[in-house]
Design a binder for this molecule. Sequence first.
Ligand code: CMP
Length: 143
Amino acid sequence: MEQTFIMIKPDGVQRGLVGEIIGRFEKKGFTLKGLKLITVDRPFAEKHYADLSAKPFFTGLVDYIISGPVVAMVWEGKNVVTTGRKIIGATNPADSAPGTIRGDYAIDIGRNVIHGSDAVESARKEIALWFQEGIAGWQSCLH
Ligand code: CMP
């Protein structure tokens, strides 16, 4: 069954949107397979966003991701990667439709509440990175 990696970013956690976001994925019919609240360090965040290392906003993006705890999750279900991206909405909240998470809760591309894998292959890599054995003292959090 297809899986995707979803991360509620520091602004989403600080604003108390965790329950709302989890509810949207649950009510759609997806299954929560892994979840942890974690504050990551700079090398870890740089690894997660390695594909964006040449972008001018890379340093600011990493600074922000390490600024507080995030909620890292694995969700499972039919077409969860593509459908999850639809639930999340466009990367730039200026373009994300009302009814999507970013459309309802964000106004700034740099503080856009949530991340979701953009393809099945990136989901596989991101799940392997965030839910590897032993990270931050955790054993496997996947069920
Ligand atoms: P995310 O889905 O986590 O993937 C990469 C992130 O980079 C993206 O969400 C945005 O938060 C951020 N990002 C993308 N483009 C810009 C930009 N032009 N300025 C600042 N941040 C950006």
